[in-house]
Ligand binder design. Sequence first.
Ligand code: AMP
Ligand code: GLY
Length: 423
Amino acid sequence: MRILILGSGGREHTLAWKIAQSPLCDNLFVAPGNPGTLEVATNVNMNPTDLDAVIDFVKTHQIDMVVVGPEAPLVLGVHDAIKSYPSLDHVAVIGPEKAAAELEGSKSFAKAFMARHQIPTAGYATFTKSTLDKGLLFLTTLTSPYVLKADGLAAGKGVLIIDDLSDAQSALKNMLAHEQFGSASQTVVIEEFLSGIELSCFVLTDGKGYKILPMAKDYKRIGEGDKGLNTGGMGAVSPVPFVNQKFLDKIEHQIVKPTIDGLISDGLPYVGVIFIGLIKVGESPFVIEYNVRFGDPEAEVVIPRIKSDLVALFSALDKGTLDAFELEVDERSAATVMMVSGGYPGEYKKGFEVSGIGKTDDLILFHAGTKVGDNKVVTDGGRVMALTAFGENHQTALEKIYGQIDLIQFEGKNYRKDIGFDL
Ligand code: AMP
Ligand code: GLY
């Protein structure tokens, strides 16, 4: 098969690394990719949100399968756009159609979906510029902290959690009246605050059946002890020790099944992965958010734990034969630690040489924000590289990573030394 992956981060390198191992994969392209994907695929200088360019590439390179890494092309409708050409009808697109991608593209759509299908989530109300006064009043009926969410995609920055009522009211005004997040905050969801521990659940679906992948936990804050600003993710582990069979059953019956059934009854075709961001409140799971793609850095631990052939698995999604697919999972734990640029998630410099690649033993290096400059690998983003290891448990996997992480060097490098600290 000829396969195209869209995206360029650690998640996409992980997808490429795994797909390249499949005997079913004859040619692998990644657009735009990074120096890591270059080791296993051909990089294509193409923006994944340029749908015309994507379609042109699929046609001219006789692509059989498109695996969509990030959410933006899905929310723009890349699945529908490819399938709108009769000559591309046979192309497997791994990622949902535009209508279902609204689960990530619009928080109010996702909340209404959960309400309609009785899926446990925080109580909420939705406001626009014309109902700003009602929103300000609604905030006074809640208790601190206040959770405000821009409805649309805001590059992970659209969620504000604010302790003080008057600060929350000002923030609501900024979002609605001054469009702080552009068109993404024309609608704002205000939610009840849920207190608990978060985890990430990935569900593969062919639109009929589903398979739940191993649970993962990511660490979003920049600082140790989960302090400081939110990032794209500083590390992850899989499995999650506090998820026992009883809790897993609750996740499946209260959340996963109603989600799949809801998609079917709402007429939302879905081929791909549903990322359910969960929070464990007491002994009960609640949905914080849906995403329509793999998480990053969760992909860097979940995908390596899939022992089955990923291309065969994705083909089963496309053909609607997932129920018959025997999913094999590595029982070992996997952990990943993200190395980031100094200053990230604030301002940081790029272009520093990364040395030591190839010196580590028994680790998998997934490139994220790197590029090739002057025949060297240099930093090119906030999150630079993820180091993944297996172990009997997450502690031994993390010991392996932390024992070698300083072999990789670049100016200003930073990483969290406490991934898994709360488990
Ligand atoms: P989201 O983009 O919806 O995942 O929100 C980003 C982060 O904000 C989540 O990972 C949570 O840590 C936090 N968060 C979002 N909604 C809530 C909520 N209702 N209660 C508590 N924390 C929340
Ligand atoms: N790691 C969280 C995300 O990918 O959104």
